[in-house]
Design a protein. Sequence first.
Length: 304
Amino acid sequence: MTSDVTTDVLLTGGSGQVGHEVMRQAPAGMNVVAPGRAELDLSDSDAILAMVASRPWAAVINCAAYTAVDRAESEAVEAWRANALGPATLAQVTAAAQIPLIHVSTDYVFDGSKAGYYAEGDPVAPLGVYGASKEAGEQAVRTGNPRHVILRTAWVVSPHGSNFIKTMLRLAETRPEIRVVDDQRGCPTSAIDIAAVLLHIAGRMIAAPQAAPSGTYHFVNGGEATWYELARTVFDLAAARGYPAPKVEAITTAEYPTPARRPANSRLDVAKLRGDYGITPRPWRAAVEDIVEALLPAKQEQGS
């Protein structure tokens, strides 16, 4: 944002991993407002209407979602309210007010059966309630507001909230050995980087409402890994900083059953985002190293 004029941007899900970073990274001139759930519940259409009408928002960034993948299998109504019906209302209301809508989605809209990287136009085939509700949310945004960007991402990690890296480091404190799935492949992605992309897109859509590209995009950090490979990397980085590094045993998905099925392949192609918005993601290892560094202050060497 280079203008001296301050623009107001509405952010939903400000307490989540990505929302936290959007708030932290908001540039000068962009006033990001993130009401709490008590003030804005996406399952309450009247609350959405009132919030969008409360001021002339320059853009809306929707990071709010029901993300408890396994629990969604038994809480389908709650998942669909947050992930599908909420975005549907948000799209309709923002379209009526001519406000661009930027909506975060997920790799779970795919079934993971593709051999290569998923492009934006590949057929969706969610395996469970979470993925199905997120795919419905995409459709609602896509059809409800022509000035939209849907940003799919995957394997989100950060120094905040609940995520795989924090879980591994917590388990390492008490367990000498940890079993981790090695037959699901994806792209570990920093919430810090996702937030930067969302703010970049919002800035473009505010500055050039007609010229900024709309549509569905993928963003993940560069490269790929399995959960096992990610765990090994996290523990190697932790060990280098003087922390416990348990032994990691590679297991199959079948050996770690969960209520919801996960895509075996969550790799996303980011070429479209690079072409339309000029964004090239950094490697996932660099992003993970920054997160581990933020979580684990280096221990001084013995005797120093």
